[in-house]
Design a protein around this ligand. Sequence first.
Ligand code: SF4
Ligand code: MG
Length: 327
Amino acid sequence: MLSVRDLYVSFRTFGGEVQALRGVSFDLYKGETLAIVGESGCGKSVTANTIMGLIPEPAGRIKNGSVLFKGKDLTKLDKSKMRKVQGVDISMIFQDPMTALNPTLKIGEQLTEGLRTHQKVSKSEARKRAMELLEVVGIPNPEERMKQYPHQFSGGMRQRIVIAIALICEPELLIADEPTTALDVTIQAQILELFEEIQERTGVSIILITHDLGVVAKIADRIAVMYAGKVIEIGTKREVFYSPQHPYTKGLLASVPRLDLKEEELQPIEGTPPDLFAPPIGCPFTARCPFAMEVCDRIYPGTTDLSETHAVDCWLQDERAKRLFDK
Ligand code: SF4
Ligand code: MG
């Protein structure tokens, strides 16, 4: 349903141009959950924001590539057409439920707003749908709750409301950027269960952006691992978890038992990702990679298909490396 092709996105800053995405490609199928994982700054949120049309211009710029959604290239839509896609066909959920909710509006109004503006649904019909949805996301007494303000709900409840708002127009794609990071562990598990339940019920496709591999293990069907603005490995959950082929993915998985780590501390392998003001021409993982070879630094490896679903960008898997070394 969604096909991201060779996406390059840059941001102009006073320090120069940051090349945030450097040729990102992947597909998303109907009814599946694709997790995009990687350290902070790898480009996972930029990928989500690009799909959503939320790259702030003029500082941010899509330099190349396309985002095909049901045959339409979203990068080519003008603002008003894009606004129709946002919230109707594609909805996004952010990390902090408090910033997503308007503190001065009753949640009933916030829930029905999308329906009323995008789908011209009558007030009473919108209220009915909103109350049904509150039940679905696990908020009891919807009639009473509709009249309350965001501060009258707990953090977990607020995230449930945000999810209800995202779902009210029955989107086909839900993009969730670290949706459980701000929540405590028990609530996290409940919210993840809610995503699964909703997917079963509606068949919505989900892109889940996270640095938390525990979350990925729980609900992803497929996993895309990003590093330095590129997807360096992609596969089914089984392939990536049990048979990771990129040294970075291996390092990332090796850090899983340390569940106490926060995102800033998640450093699977010694060293830091390269500077994206001047990204390396070769494999960006070279400086940290225990298997780095001479070719790695000089030429970026191609994408090698390991199965119909599993692909990796690493010279260790690339047949051409052997030929290059023979010479
Ligand atoms: Fe390591 Fe080379 Fe593979 Fe990059 S291409 S991950 S440096 S072996
Ligand atoms: Mg992020």
